[in-house]
Design a protein around this ligand. Structure first.
Ligand code: C2E
Ligand code: CA
Ligand code: CA
Ligand code: CA
Length: 278
């Protein structure tokens, strides 16, 4: 497991950070990937800080490229958004994730399942009924489906997005504001959209125990979330020091390499069985 973690970290860095010219794929290549089912979901545990129980997972898409190997979402999600493929991509990811949730339920693993959606997704008015249908088919309650929303750079039709989010909320799906505190996740969104969960961006989590500035932003975010009666999730928890600090400051859930890297669905049951609170 330590090796898996290292590998994921390593791959992640190679995929998104340390190689500035990481390949960005074309819309045509992505169309082929979609038609050939080359996208695959990884899942990262979200655990409660108070009692350390596994509460849910976040679905993170990967592309098993026949030549290039594992490709990370930063290299193709933006392309999907720009070329009208994000709607299909989201539906594929969501359907697979809910089917997976059903299988886990069948072996006694009840998990909340989170999916990433960008505001751009939210242009087709039948999206809420698609989500409902899929949840019904998988026998997953809406309260157990979390939609992690990021504001996108394009922001085509804000009114439509708002309406769709409101409809999803009325159907009792949980809405989470992702990457909170960064450029595309703003206070205006908190004002306008009835979120249930606030996800503090990893840049305000990583190193929080040691850095005063980060800590001030983190604490203000927690306080804001509490006043709005939202659940608070910290992403990007990489160290015990940060984990301990989060526990002492009222954060509800945590996610990060310190707990587990994202993993294929097949590995989750064994991980869950072996998980003991740090
Ligand atoms: P995100 O939603 O903020 O997801 C968290 C990212 O941080 C993931 O990268 C995850 O693997 C990584 N991560 C997890 N734990 C740690 C940690 O302890 N330290 C650090 N440094 N990183 C950690 P990933 O999987 O490469 O995804 C990148 C972004 O791509 C996601 O950011 C999300 O915005 C987007 N994405 C992923 N899957 C989908 C999808 O199905 N649909 C859409 N629209 N976007 C997706
Ligand atoms: Ca997310
Ligand atoms: Ca983030
Ligand atoms: Ca993001």
């Amino acid at each position: 497991q330590a090796l898996a973690m290292l590998l994921d970290k390593q791959l992640h860095r190679v995929g998104t950070q340390h190689v500035p010219a990481a390949k960005i794929y074309s819309a045509d290549e992505l169309r082929v990937a979609l038609s050939k089912d080359e996208l695959i979901n990884y899942y990262q545990p979200k655990v409660s800080l108070s009692i350390g129980e596994l509460v849910g997972v976040e679905t993170l898409v990967r592309w098993r490229h026949p030549v290039d190997g594992m490709v990370f979402p930063d290299q193709f999600v933006g392309v999907a958004e720009e070329h009208g493929l994000i709607d299909e991509l989201t539906r594929v990811v969501l359907q697979a994730a809910l089917t997976q949730a059903k299988r886990w339920q069948e072996i006694g693993l009840r998990l909340k399942i989170a999916i990433n959606v960008s505001m751009d997704n939210l242009t087709s008015l039948d999206f809420p009924s698609f989500v409902s249908e899929q949840a019904m088919l998988a026998i997953v309650r809406p309260q157990d489906v979390v939609l992690e929303v990021t504001e996108s750079k394009l922001m085509k039709d804000q009114r439509a997005s708002l309406e769709i989010l409101t409809r999803l909320r009325l159907k009792r799906f949980r809405l989470s504001i992702d990457d909170f505190g960064t450029g595309h996740s703003s206070l205006a969104q908190l004002r306008d959209i009835p979120f249930d969960e606030l996800k503090i961006d990893k840049s305000f989590v990583n190193g929080v125990h040691a850095n005063e500035t980060i800590r001030a932003i983190y604490l203000a975010s927690v306080s804001l979330a509490k006043q709005l009666r939202m659940e608070v999730v910290a992403e990007g928890v990489e160290s015990r020091d940060d984990w301990d600090f989060l526990r002492q400051t009222g954060c509800d859930l945590a996610q990060g390499y310190f707990i587990s890297p994202p993993m294929p669905a097949s590995e989750l049951p064994a991980w869950a069985a072996g998980w003991t609170q740090r």
